[in-house]
Design a protein around this ligand. Sequence first.
Ligand code: ACM
Length: 457
Amino acid sequence: MILPRPVSFTRGDGEIEWDGTVDGRISLDGPPGSYRVTIAAAPADGSAVVVEAADDAGFFYARQTVNQLAGPDAFRAAPIHRGPIRLPVCVIEDAPRFAWRGVMIDVARHFLPKHDLLRYLDLLAVHKLNVLHLHLTDDQGWRFESKRYPKLHEVGGWRPSSRYGDRRSGGQTGRPHGGYYTQDDLREVVAYAARRHITVVPEIDVPGHSQAAIAAYPELGVSGGGVWTDWGVNPNVLKADESTVDFYRNVFDELLDVFPSEVIGLGGDEAEGGDGRFVRRIAQHLAQRGRRPHGWDEVLDVGPLPTRTVIASWRGEEAGLTALERGHDVVMCPEKHVYLDYRQADDPSEPIPVGTVLTWEDVYSYEPAAADRVLGAQANLWTEHLDSPRRLDYAAFPRLSAFAEVVWSPAPRDIAEFRTRLTEHHLPRLDALGVEYRPLSGPRPWQLLPGVPGFPR
Ligand code: ACM
């Protein structure tokens, strides 16, 4: 009946009329994020809804659950409900399955204006997701204001055109694209996220995916060139010389000043011909600053990294299992299960169909490998083909609703049962939130992009 499916839901007799109040206390002896909601007839001097939580996060999640019980209107930006709100008499006991319930948004390929980034934090929060991994830099754009090296955002923050559709067959838009966040914008994003018990994990990708930085400061790269207007893996990587490493140490220091997250992403993916020493030295620098480096699974190939480095296992789960053997903590994000830019149906009318087919059922069926050092899992939204918040909504939802339950609720999962909740509860809630998700029956006419070539695998 509710999302995410709680650990236990004990229904009593009847319903109560809810006045919108909650009595809460931090009194539960349970794991971080856990809570108990008791809904019964209101005592003379209190609320009918009593929350006992292990911590502030647990209290926050309990509020989301009560809103879910109250119905879709509870998710609107202002109350419109007329008449009493009825809640079932019940006791709900709930706790998160994983500590890392993440979403990555690639704001480099297409810039997501701050307003829309804040909206995504709201959407994560109602799904009890708690990590926003921000992919801030790539070949096609640099989105982090640097006070020390301002050409990074001034030059690296925009490109004159973009490939429209797949790189093997799509044309160019001929339309400039760009944007960057000021450091204060990002401090605001971090604070907004913290109020929703979400940690923002920033990533500056090195030594590949760096053409935007190289366009700003050509001496950083093995060859020159402007901010990239194409998609794919770019052979122009960062030089591994002392001055480039120093430059990036300074850039990461600016990043650390904005982002309090213990975990800090350094990328490390798809750096063909990149020098592993570069990654190692940046990782050591972050560790010396008291942070935990975080890299895509390719960083396992660069030689010994600080043990506290977190590995994001994206090419499958095998690399993650190797990382566990080496003593690292792991976030599972295997592309075949959680790359939400991949096409949602095997139908040529799917807008810009790329990757393998990844339906909401596939996402819901994903079981992350369980082990002590698997921190959790993360869904990734790469945005080569998601050039607007509307396109992002289409790719993210409802698959992200399915994913949220995978990382919050224990297995086993029943797809038929979830389909009912999806149809009767999640989608009306997403409608109330104004999310332009992909309908289960397929894209709406205005969600089609005829003539823009994809590349189905
Ligand atoms: C990745 O998908 N290149 C991490």
